[in-house]
Design a protein around this ligand. Structure first.
Ligand SMILES: N[C@@H](CCC(=O)N[C@@H](CS)C(=O)NCC(=O)O)C(=O)O
Length: 207
C-alpha cells in the first residue's frame, strides 16, 4: 500500500496517522502537488493529495473516501468513526468544522496570500476566508474533548489545528484556543503524530 502526499497536507497527515493507529503499514510517496504536478495527475487526475494506492493497484482519492475504506478494513471494533447515531453525527460535525477550517485557511487564505500574484489579490475575500476558518476553530474549541480513546474527530481536528499553527502562526497563537491546545498537546505526544510532524519542512508562512 502506498500513501501519496506530504505531511504538510493535513488531509494526507490524517490518513497517515489513521493508518498507523490502525496498525496498517504503508510506503510513502512524497511527490509534491506543485513541484510534480504532471506526474501527480497520472496518479489522480485532480492533481490533489492524498491518494492511497492499494496492493491490488486500485487508487483511492480524497481523504474521506480513503478513511472510509480503512475503517471498513479495520472492522467495527477498531474503526475510528463511531458506528451510528448521535456519536457518529457528532464526529462528522467536528470533522466538517476541522476540514472546513483547512479549506478556508489553507485553500482560501494561504493560497491567496502565498500563490496568487499580489496584483490579483482581493483583500475582502482573504478576510472572509480567515473569518470562516477561524470561526470553525472557535466552534471546535467550544466543544468538550474528553480524554477518550483516539478517534477520527480528534485526529482530523489536531491535524487541522497544527496546519493552521504552522502555516499561519499569528492566526492561532498558543492560548487563543485553550481546549484545542489541550487536545493537541495530548495527541502530539503520540508516536503517530511525531512520526508525521512536518515542523522541519520549509513551510512558507502566510500570516
Ligand atoms: N477533499 C480533499 C481535499 C484535498 C486537498 O485539498 N489537498 C490539497 C493539499 S492539502 C491539494 O492537493 N491541493 C492542491 C490543489 O488543490 O491544487 C480530501 O479530503 O482529500
Amino acid at each position: 500500500m502506498i500513501l501519496v502526499g506530504q505531511y504538510d497536507s493535513p488531509y494526507t497527515r490524517r490518513v497517515a496517522i489513521s493508518l498507523m493507529v490502525l496498525g496498517i503499514s504503508y510506503e510513502h510517496d512524497t511527490r509534491s502537488v506543485f513541484g510534480d504536478f504532471d506526474s501527480m495527475r497520472k496518479t489522480n487526475p485532480l492533481g490533489r493529495i492524498p491518494n492511497l494506492i492499494l496492493d491490488n493497484g486500485e487508487t483511492l482519492i480524497d481523504s474521506a473516501a480513503i478513511l472510509d475504506h480503512l475503517d471498513e478494513t479495520a472492522g467495527p471494533e477498531h474503526a475510528l468513526m463511531p458506528r451510528a447515531g448521535k456519536a457518529r453525527r457528532d464526529a462528522w460535525h467536528r470533522i466538517a468544522l476541522a476540514n472546513g477550517a483547512v479549506d478556508k485557511i489553507g485553500g482560501g487564505h494561504n493560497y491567496e496570500v502565498l500563490i496568487r500574484p499580489s496584483q490579483y489579490r482581493w483583500p475582502e475575500w482573504i478576510e472572509r476566508c480567515k473569518t470562516q476558518g477561524l470561526g470553525a476553530l472557535a466552534a471546535l474549541d467550544a466543544l468538550d474533548w474528553p480524554d477518550a480513546r483516539i478517534d477520527q474527530a480528534q485526529i482530523t481536528t489536531v491535524c487541522a489545528f497544527d496546519y493552521v499553527q504552522v502555516t499561519a502562526p499569528r492566526l492561532a497563537p498558543k492560548g487563543r484556543y485553550p481546549n484545542l491546545d489541550k487536545l493537541a498537546d495530548r495527541l502530539r505526544a503520540r508516536p503517530e503524530f511525531q512520526k508525521t510532524s512536518f515542523s522541519d519542512y520549509a513551510v512558507p508562512k502566510a500570516d
